[in-house]
Design a protein around this ligand. Structure first.
Ligand SMILES: CC(C)(COP(=O)(O)OP(=O)(O)OC[C@H]1O[C@@H](n2cnc3c(N)ncnc32)[C@H](O)[C@@H]1OP(=O)(O)O)[C@@H](O)C(=O)NCCC(=O)NCCS
Length: 186
């Protein structure tokens, strides 16, 4: 089952980041990183061709209320996103358990500083301690070693191999991982 989520009034602070709902005024920062080739492609979408494309997707972030903007404290810029996506039915988890799949993207300018593990770990804590989720899943495509390292460093456990059809029209083989809420019975 998908756990209910509404990030509108959630604010999570880490050492270097603020995770909060997207705002229309984030468009410039969003387009800046989403239009760079080789970022979205790692997550299954094509880099944005125009600010209008980014604006459309930003509106859907705001409408669907399941995606955090990652604001870097040191300069106030939005440098990435972290979504709590609907569960992948192929994951094969028990139907009565409530959770979501973590998905994330970071601006290429900020890779390699441990920022995404910091964001993901904070969201894990929030989902388990405050929202009382039963589980979180997380996945990566087989070619995406950087994302694999984020998954490993955050402590997810390998669940199964999956093939994901993407909006790029490519079926991507990858791996799915799970983490159960340590405060709850499975
Ligand atoms: C995956 C991603 C979110 C990682 O975020 P990050 O904050 O850079 O994560 P980390 O700093 O922990 O780095 C992760 C790994 O990337 C690799 N890496 C980091 N910087 C690197 C660099 N400059 N060159 C080569 N590899 C590098 C390292 O293997 C690192 O793991 P390590 O800590 O064991 O050395 C980011 O690379 C990204 O947004 N990629 C494009 C979108 C994407 O792949 N999304 C995930 C879809 S599943």
């Amino acid at each position: 089952m998908n756990a209910p989520i509404d990030v509108t009034d959630i604010r999570i602070e880490t050492d270097r980041l603020i995770l909060r709902a997207w705002k229309e005024t984030d468009l410039h920062d969003f387009y800046e990183y989403a239009s760079i080739e080789g970022v979205g492609e790692k997550a299954g979408w094509n880099h944005h061709q125009s600010p209008e494309e980014s604006e459309r997707i930003l509106s859907s972030f705001i409408r669907h209320k399941k995606t955090f903007a990652l604001e870097l404290k040191e300069n106030g810029k939005v440098i990435g996103s972290l979504g709590l996506e609907p569960r992948d039915e192929d994951a094969g988890l028990k139907e009565h358990l409530q959770g979501r799949e973590v998905g994330y993207v970071l601006s290429k300018d900020y890779w390699g500083r441990g920022l995404m593990p910091e964001a993901v770990q904070a969201v894990i804590r929030y989902c388990f301690d405050v929202l009382n989720f039963d589980y979180l899943t997380c996945g990566h495509f087989d070619h995406n070693d950087r994302s694999r390292r984020v998954v490993e460093k955050c402590g997810f456990t390998y669940l199964k191999d999956v093939v994901t059809p993407t909006v790029r029209g490519i079926d991507e083989p990858g791996k799915m991982y799970v983490m159960y809420n340590p405060h709850k019975e499975k």
